[in-house]
Write a protein that binds this ligand. Structure first.
Ligand SMILES: *[C@@H]1O[C@H](CO)[C@@H](O)[C@H](O)[C@H]1NC(C)=O
Ligand SMILES: *[C@@H]1O[C@H](CO)[C@@H](O)[C@H](O)[C@H]1NC(C)=O
Length: 190
């Protein structure tokens, strides 16, 4: 995020022709104090607005697991299924939607995401998707309980979406211990 402010208001002061200088000298002090008062007021307002803006947009952090129930399996499927992480632990800034499973970037910047996919035997995989593109895959083929994790830093524009899908022909497992999770946070705005 870039906020630039340019003040050009004092440029006029050096450009008054000599013929008008008598009149100019009489009115000058009042004018410049009025201008400075206005400028100071604008700067104070601008600082307050910026402080509000920065505290609003910089606080983005969420963490959720698939369920808070005793046993849950998603998949296998011949097509990708979006995982809806229903058990929300943290959702500062409300950018993660637990109805859809989708995170929507509220500000242009660098974000970090982590996801872990739990397995209870068999093939287990979950891919992180940015808009419509698969980014990284967490994947495992195991006999018993196991989990696989990935993380990624992403540059996102406002409105870009990020979510996690069950990989084709894979199964995702979760229970009260929260084996399958999705977390993200804003690193810094840009
Ligand atoms: C999660 O489920 C457990 C077991 O049913 C329950 O004790 C606990 O209160 C639940 N946690 C939340 C935040 O709902
Ligand atoms: C989450 O998504 C649902 C379905 O699109 C929508 O109705 C709801 O308003 C969204 N919630 C938030 C907090 O944006």
């Amino acid at each position: 995020m870039k906020i630039s402010v340019r003040f050009t208001l004092l440029l006029l002061l050096g450009s008054v022709p000599p013929s008008e200088s008598t009149d100019y000298q009489q009115t000058f002090p009042q004018d410049i104090y009025a201008v400075l008062r206005e400028t100071t007021a604008s700067l104070v307002q601008l600082k307050a607005d910026m402080r509000l803006l920065l505290t609003q947009v910089r606080q983005v952090a969420f963490s959720a697991s698939l369920v808070n129930t005793s046993y849950s399996v998603v998949g296998p499927s011949a097509t990708d299924i979006t995982l809806i992480f229903k058990f929300v632990v943290t959702n500062i800034g409300n950018a993660y939607n637990s109805t859809t499973g989708v995170f929507t970037a509220p500000v242009r910047g660098a974000y970090n995401f982590e996801w872990t996919v739990g397995a209870n035997g068999g093939t287990s995989g979950a891919v992180l998707v940015k808009n419509s593109a698969n980014v990284f895959l967490a994947y495992e083929q195991v006999a018993g309980f196991m989990s696989s994790s990935k993380a990624v830093a992403l540059f996102l524009e406002v409105g870009d979406v990020v979510f996690v899908r069950v990989f084709v022909n894979s199964v995702v497992f979760d229970n009260l211990n929260h084996h399958t999770t999705f977390s993200g946070h804003l690193l810094f705005p840009m």
